[in-house]
Each structure stands twice: as C-alpha cells, then as structure tokens.
Design a protein around this ligand. Structure first.
Ligand code: NAP
Length: 530
C-alpha cells in the first residue's frame, strides 16, 4: 500500500492544510517521498469536535463490539504486509527483525486488550443494594462502574514506531476503555504512522463504528500538538518522549479552563546495583549481558541501563574491564533521527566534561559511514563526585552508561538515595546478600515502577502484571503504567448511579448480570445475578 502523505480527520483522508514536510532515512540522511501533510488548526478542531460527537456512542458500545474492533485493528495491521515493515525500516533505521518483532508485539497488545475488555474486570463494578429499613437512615441503591473518560490525545513515540506509536499501547488502551483517539504522529516516522492509521481506519469501517473515533494529525508538536491538548473536547493525554516535551504538555493541560490528566512517560537512567558476592562470582557474565542490554536498539530504549552502581575493588574492576572490551567492539548503530543523534553527542560531551568522569571505553567510530550514528560509551565516576553533581543523574538517550564506584555500603546507599524517580531499578545479588542490603533495596524500590533481580531492564513484557511507570520525572503520574493491561485505568473514570431506574441501567449494572462479569455485590465478589 503506498504512502500518500494525507492525514485522517473524522474518517476522511485529506490533504494537510498547513503545508508539508518530508521524512528522512536516518541510515543515509536522504529524504523520503512523498511529502507529508501538516494539519491546520482548523483540521485539529474538526478532528476534536468529531471525536466528541461520537464519544457517547463509543463509550456505550458493547464490550463484544469493542473487543472485535481491537482484534480487527490487529488483523488490518498484519494485512499491511511488508509495506509497513519496509517503510518503518526506512524511516527509523531499525532492522527488519526488530520491526517485525515490534509489529507482533503491537498486534498481541491489541488482542490482549480485546480479552481484557471481554473479561469486564476493568469496569470494577460495585453494587450496594438499597436497605430501605436501615436505621437511623435507609441506604439508597448505589451502583458504581468505570466508564470512558472521553476523547484522548496520543503522542506517538519516536523510538517504537509501531508499539508506542499510532496503533501502540496508548491507543489500544484508550480504545479498550471506549475513548475516541486523536493521534499526533511523530514527525520522525510519518509514513509508518499513515499506514498504521489506514489499518485502524479500515477496522473502524468494518466494525461499523463512527469515523470520528480515530484521527491522525501530523505536524509540529508546538503547533499541532499544543492545539490538540488545548482542544476542550480532549479529556486526557498519553505521551512518550522527552522530559521537556512531557512537562510542556503537563503545563498546557493544567492551564486549560478545564485541566486534564497527562500521562507522560519521560526520562529514566534505570540504575543497576551490583552487590559484592554476585559480582565476585559472575562479573564477566553480568558485564556481557549488561553491554547487550545497553546497546539494544542503539540504546534508544526508555529502560536502557544508563547507570551502574557497585563497590570499588577487584570484582568491579573485572566488570569494567569485561564491559569495556565488549563496548570497544561495538559498531556505531543508526540512531532514529538527526535530532536524537545530536542530543546524544551533546549528552556525551556534557557528561565526559564533568569533574571526575573517566571515559573507560568507546565503541567503533563511524566517520566514513553515512547517516546518524551513535557510538557506545562506558564511563566511570566516584560516588563522591556523583553525589556532588546533579548533571550526572540526567538521561543520555543512547548506548552510554556511567559506572559509580562506591567505597562501602553506606556510600552506595547514599547514591541510591540521591536518585530521582525511575522506570526501573535492578539489583544483581545473591539471595543472602540481598537480605543484607535490604534497606538499600527498599530505598530503590520507592524510586522505581519496576524492580528487577539478576536481569536487565530492556524488554518490557506486555501482560497483566507489568508496570511501565514510576515517580516523577520518569513519568508525570506515579499512579499509572503505560504498558500492560493496567494501562487502561488511565482512560477511565468511576461513576456512581444512585437509585437509578432498573430498566435504564447499563448492562454491567443490571441485576441479572447479563455479561456474567465479576462484580462486588454488597461487599462480596460474585458473578451471580442479584
Ligand atoms: P520529544 O521531542 O519529546 O517529542 C515527542 C513528541 O512530542 C513529538 O511528536 C513532538 O513533536 C511532541 N512535542 C515535543 N515537545 C512538545 C511541546 N512543547 N508541545 C507539544 N508537543 C511537543 O521526543 P523525541 O522526538 O521522541 O526524542 C527527543 C528526546 O526525547 C530524545 O533525545 C530522548 O532524550 C527523549 N526520549 C525519551 C524517551 C523515553 O522513553 N524516555 C523516548 C523517546 C525519546 P515534534 O513532531 O514537533 O517533534
């Protein structure tokens, strides 16, 4: 299927009203055809109004219909065949295996949300039946359930052109909740965005749903993206990207006459703690797995292990030596775009210029190769310097990591205490020594959304138990996850119906429980009718 450069507004493919731009192949630096349309302010307004116009119908749609729609989105994405894979490879520089894997993840994510919808637990139905005889006051009939929050603006991420983009986790979870979605596509992969949107648009039509439930808008964040967040019809925002972008959207959302929640997933340096006994027994093995994780996707993962903390001595020296040897053999990989590559080079220059930071190893240079390439780096610093310098706690988005050398357990605990909120924290330790470092690990656990033992944080499973979130500045809302089925909660709000007429109750709240979903009736979990 060819990319046309059109945008999708209220179910119609139209030319952008505010000029055009072109995608670039980051492996060559050459522009890609065709020109891609930028949405005008008026087109953003039409998309938002049309989403609002059909929000009620989609919110009330049956669980069965919504689930079939999500499955249809997955089928249509697979139906795009190799066109989608080739365009995504050209726009991101990511290899075929990665794009195909990500497509599989995107589709299984949509199918998992379909199952979640059918199961009905996300509605969290609670019913407290009337107690007219209760003294001193009778109790009314109270029926609680979650419902869709309303139209959601989604900002596609640059680093996952499928799984965190147009048809990614934010969109899937918002659709599952019953919310129309307006995507601001990432300018780095606009053709991939159009193709994914075409798949969703076909699923919308096949499912007999109104076209307004999904629009794709392209253009600059500060213009189109801001207009979208300001649109009064938008009721929540999902975002993955930079700290600057995420916090700008939070400010914008709070300045609206009606403030709305922004679920922004921003930066993280994902600390890895190396406890002494585990390090002594397997320094080389840990180093090999660490460098593989560090260099995965040219380090462009939000869960990239950007900080390692260990106790100085022979074992840590062995780890640094083994990791350095591996880093020195790494080819400079193609980064996602010029901006990210420049930001990475700048980040490396900033960090290596800080007092006390030593460069231990650098990957192979790429001067004679075309495109935007990122060389891997491994650096070290003492815990004392790390403690004194907040700049060393900033994310450098790419294949670079800083090892902090601590003199003792107290210094290592001090390093952990100084960390900001993170998506993940990792501990490499034997069970016995983990107990000995219980306080340090407990402090780490208070700073992260996911705590791993003897593994590496890249590779985020899409499942029921995943948390891909964490305290600020990892995200703008510590209570949420953007991966896994719990991501649906971001786009729901609870509503209680009091003494509502029986014949007007929505299906999940009816006495007969026609959907056979799990409900809390008078305090007890049951699937029985009342
Ligand atoms: P970004 O610059 O934050 O952009 C993400 C999206 O938000 C884009 O669509 C962008 O629009 C839009 N945007 C940015 N600032 C905005 C603003 N002030 N108002 C409205 N919309 C705005 O992220 P990126 O392009 O993906 O990568 C840049 C840097 O972000 C990287 O170097 C890295 O440091 C970080 N990053 C972090 C993660 C993570 O998971 N933690 C993932 C990706 C990137 P445009 O089309 O105008 O750019």
């Amino acid at each position: 299927m060819p990319v046309t450069g059109k945008i999708l507004i209220n179910g119609e493919w139209v030319k952008g009203g505010a000029g055009t731009f072109q995608a670039m192949d980051p492996s060559t630096g050459k522009v890609l055809e065709p020109s891609m349309g930028k949405a005008s302010q008026e087109q953003v307004n039409i998309a938002a109004a049309s989403a609002q116009a059909c929000a009620g119908e989609f919110r009330r749609s049956s669980l069965d219909r919504r689930a079939r729609f999500l499955n249809a989105c997955a089928d249509e994405i697979m139906g795009l065949g190799d066109d989608l894979v080739q365009r995504a490879m050209a726009e991101t520089g990511l290899p075929r295996a990665r794009i195909e894997g990500e497509r599989g993840r995107t589709c299984s994510q949509l199918n998992l949300f379909a199952e979640t919808v059918l199961e009905g637990d996300f509605l969290d139905v609670r019913i407290d039946t009337a107690m007219p005889e209760r003294k001193p006051l009778p109790r009314p009939d109270l029926r609680y359930m979650n419902q869709a929050i309303g139209p959601v603006a989604v900002f596609g991420a640059s680093n996952f052109p499928l799984a965190f983009s147009v048809a990614g986790g934010d969109t899937a979870s918002a659709f599952a909740a019953g919310c129309p979605v307006l995507v601001k596509g990432h300018s780095s992969h606009p053709g991939t965005s159009e193709l994914a949107a075409r798949a969703i648009a076909r699923a919308v039509t096949k499912s007999g749903l109104p076209g307004g439930i999904f629009s794709l808008i392209m253009g600059s964040g500060s213009e189109v993206g801001s207009a979208l967040v300001r649109a009064p019809e938008i009721k929540a925002v999902g975002f993955t990207g930079s700290f600057a972008g995420g916090t700008a959207l939070v400010r914008l959302a709070n300045e609206r006459p009606e403030p709305i929640p922004v679920y922004a997933e921003m930066g993280s340096i994902n600390p890895v703690l190396l406890l002494p006994k585990q390090l002594e027994s397997s320094a080389e093995e840990i180093a090999a797995n660490f460098v593989d994780s560090l260099n995965m996707g040219v380090g462009q993962f939000c869960t990239n292990p950007g900080l390692v903390v260990g106790m100085e001595g022979k074992s840590l020296d062995r780890f640094i030596r083994a990791a350095s040897l591996r880093v020195e053999g790494l080819e400079a990989g193609v980064m996602l775009n010029r901006g990210i590559c420049r930001a990475y080079d700048q980040g490396i220059a900033n960090i290596t210029g800080q007092p006390g930071v030593d460069q231990e190893a650098a990957g192979l240079r790429s001067e004679d190769r075309p495109g935007f390439r990122g060389q891997a780096f491994l650096m070290t610093v003492s815990a004392k310097e790390f403690a004194a310098n907040p700049k060393l706690r900033e994310e450098v988005f790419g294949p670079a990591s800083l090892v902090v050398k601590c003199r003792d357990k107290a210094e290592m605990t001090g390093v952990v205490m100084r960390l900001k909120g993170q998506l993940t924290g990792t501990v490499h330790g034997e069970p016995g020594e983990m107990a000995d470092h219980g306080e340090m690990i407990d402090i780490l656990s208070q700073k992260v959304g996911r705590l791993l033992v003897n593994g590496f944080p890249t590779g985020v499973e899409v499942c029921h138990a995943m948390v891909h979130g964490g305290p600020f500045p990892a995200t703008s809302d510590v209570r949420s996850t953007s991966v896994g089925t719990a991501a649906i909660n971001r786009f729901l709000r609870p509503v209680c119906l009091q003494n509502y007429p029986r014949n007007l109750l929505p299906e999940p709240l009816q006495n007969e429980n026609p959907l056979r979903i799990r409900r809390r009736v008078n305090g007890k979990q049951t699937r029985e009718a009342i």
